[in-house]
Design a protein around this ligand. Structure first.
Ligand SMILES: CC(C)(COP(=O)(O)OP(=O)(O)OC[C@H]1O[C@@H](n2cnc3c(N)ncnc32)[C@H](O)[C@@H]1OP(=O)(O)O)[C@@H](O)C(=O)NCCC(=O)NCCS
Length: 173
């Protein structure tokens, strides 16, 4: 398969992202992620194949929102909202490439650590992260919201584990 080209989301990408991958949560909408990128809080990475977006990952430089995680890992950025879409494009290395691209961004900023959260019911993603060098550290509750088909905001709380990787090639300051 052709390697996906990974680039930060541009304002003009928002329409095509919504067309191919409609937003499914409030904080995780393409517009919300792009707004955080514009505010300098994150980098919203999009992989592209043959001119269409095939997933996303938001590198949150402000770290994980959960207080349990922030207490243990102050200053640790988080890869949030990792997705490869459509499903037929999974297991071809796009997810790994997104994680590596996030790590490269951190290295370029002199940040020597990267974290991400995984839901207890997602063993395949957990196995992928273990292969990429991430180690479990903190159990926490991921709180998020979506708007259902009736237009009502629904709150979710998922039991998750935060995983951390020390990045090579970054000098201690
Ligand atoms: C988790 C997710 C992002 C991983 O993305 P992906 O593109 O499938 O990941 P990769 O292809 O890099 O690696 C996954 C698998 O492909 C294999 N693989 C990696 N590169 C490969 C390649 N070039 N050729 C064939 N297989 C490859 C890996 O060994 C791994 O094996 P597995 O199927 O046993 O897990 C994707 O499955 C997804 O979007 N899942 C739904 C959302 C989700 O769970 N997000 C994570 C929240 S924590």
């Amino acid at each position: 398969m052709e390697i996906a080209e990974i680039a930060p989301c541009l304002t003009e990408d928002l329409g095509v992202l919504e067309h191919f991958m409609p937003s499914s949560s409030v904080d995780g909408s393409h517009a919300a992620r792009h707004a955080r990128q514009e505010a300098g809080e994150s980098t919203y990475l999009i992989p592209w194949l043959d001119g269409r977006p095939v997933g996303h990952a938001e590198v949150r430089w402000t770290g994980c929102a959960a207080p349990e995680v922030r207490a243990v890992h102050p200053g640790c950025p988080e890869i949030n909202g990792l997705l490869v879409w459509p499903e037929r494009l999974r297991s071809r290395g796009v997810g790994s490439a997104l994680v590596r691209a996030a790590e490269e961004l951190a290295r370029a900023r002199g940040v020597g650590v990267m974290g991400l959260g995984v839901d207890g019911g997602n063993p395949r993603a957990a196995a992928l992260y273990a292969r990429l060098g991430y180690r479990p550290t903190v159990a926490y509750v991921d709180r998020w919201a979506y708007v259902d088909q009736a237009g009502v905001r629904q709150e979710q709380a998922d039991a998750c584990t935060f995983l951390v990787k020390e990045l090579s090639g970054v000098q201690d300051t």
